[in-house]
Design a protein around this ligand. Structure first.
Ligand code: SAM
Length: 220
């Protein structure tokens, strides 16, 4: 019996993975390829990816946005969860990292569903708002530079429909958000957004202790 979330030590985490992770072999290979890169920690955890794919199916989402692609793991899983006529607008600034993503998307048969836009995501989201209008997407996932998180949230909230979800990654930021002694720019940006979301009447809210913290904002 418990009224708070369980702490995941290595043994419990290994058990959780053993009895619940169902990872596609191509997604697993992408994770192994990324693990050899110095920035590998930027990739979401596989159990988080599986949860997001489940969420996309529960929502019946068709049109999605991703802010922060890296080597394409989260976009691959979300794209695979979409119906055949679904699609993701995927935003990043790195040609080299997204080249790896493109190869794996192709291999997984989801490349046709992913519209990669290279350029600062604030500009891509502004372009999307003018081209598609507000309330035109079902799901958005924010996982890029933390200093722009508030701007990404506002743009994505405008772009998703009522009942749609904006999911924000790293909202526990390795626990530093809970330590008042840590005041670097990224930690302060996430802290400020977390405070704002808590009081934001435009959304229903849940911060899940999965991965590095995943906040779900359901647009009212
Ligand atoms: C944490 S990684 C994304 C991880 C990815 N979701 C995954 O599961 O593998 C963050 C990405 O944001 C991108 N990024 C950083 N600043 C950006 C900006 N201003 N506009 C768009 N993308 C940006 C980086 O190039 C990097 O690939």
């Amino acid at each position: 019996m418990s009224n708070r979330s369980i702490e995941l030590d290595d043994r419990i985490h290994a058990y959780l993975m053993a009895v619940s992770l169902r990872e596609d072999p191509i997604a697993r290979r992408l994770r192994e390829t990324t693990a050899a890169m110095p920035e590998h920690n930027m990739q979401i955890a596989p159990e988080q990816g599986q949860f997001m794919a489940m969420l996309v199916k529960l929502l019946g989402a068709r049109r999605c946005i991703e802010v922060g692609v890296f080597t394409g793991y989260s976009s691959l899983l979300v794209a695979a969860a979409l119906p055949p006529d679904g699609g993701i607008v995927a935003c990043d600034i790195s040609e080299s990292h997204t080249a790896i993503a493109r190869d794996f998307w192709q291999e997984a048969g989801v490349a046709e569903r992913i519209d990669l836009r290279l350029g600062p995501a604030m500009e891509t989201l502004a372009d999307l708002l003018s081209a598609e209008g507000s309330n035109s997407f079902d799901f958005a996932f924010i996982d890029a530079d933390k200093s722009h998180y508030d701007g990404y949230y506002e743009s994505c909230l405008a772009l998703v429909k009522s009942g749609g979800v904006v999911a924000i990654d790293n909202t526990l930021w390795h626990g530093t958000v809970a330590d008042p002694g840590v005041t670097d720019r990224d930690t302060e940006a996430i802290r400020a957004l977390n405070r704002k979301l808590h009081g934001d009447e435009r959304i229903d809210l849940s911060l899940l202790p999965i991965g590095d913290g995943l906040t779900l904002c359901r647009k009212r």
